[in-house]
Design a protein around this ligand. Structure first.
Ligand code: SME
Length: 157
């Protein structure tokens, strides 16, 4: 597919419905995990212009920073620590409307105000997480959860 994305505005669901087929196109025929994660992060950043969007991958019992778009971030997160480590430990998506109220939240940037973390499952285990940060409070809801889980399900590990 052409490398230029078509960025459609509209409500949140419409934006996901526009970007998801384009993400599928980017992943089609490419088996390299890092290339695919990098393109997903790039496509989501272009569509939604979130403060930070990227991946952590489980390596040696830690989450290690993977492809992302946004400011530099913490390189390693332990299981159960912060929003990412909690999503890993509990194997579920976490929506945090106000990061200051999340016990143990890891503040890679004080500009991040709300967050959603989606685990990437492979063979029943968490292989990594997709982490999205917004500079506004209350940015993420069930619509983000539904579509971001769909995007994560496209990732083959
Ligand atoms: N805030 C995350 C850490 C990762 S950064 O936001 C990129 C957390 O609490 O797990």
């Amino acid at each position: 597919m052409a490398e230029d994305l078509q960025i459609n505005k509209g409500n949140k669901a419409e934006q996901y419905q526009s970007i998801i087929p384009q993400i599928k196109g980017l992943l089609e025929g490419e088996s390299d995990l890092i290339a695919n994660l990098a393109n997903i992060a790039g496509a989501l950043k272009e569509q939604f212009n979130w403060f930070w969007v990227g991946f952590y991958l489980v390596k040696d019992e830690q989450l290690v920073l993977g492809p992302f778009q946004g400011p530099v971030a913490c390189a390693r997160i332990n299981k159960g620590r912060g929003v990412c480590g909690s999503s890993w430990a509990n194997q579920c998506t976490l929506i945090v409307p106000n990061v200051e109220k999340f016990p143990g939240h890891i503040a890679c940037s004080s500009l991040s105000k709300s967050e959603i973390v989606i685990p990437i499952l492979a063979f029943g285990e968490v292989a990594g997480v997709l982490d999205v940060d917004s500079s506004d409070y209350n940015s993420f809801d069930e619509t983000d959860k539904k579509y971001l889980e769909e995007i994560v399900s496209l990732i083959v590990i």
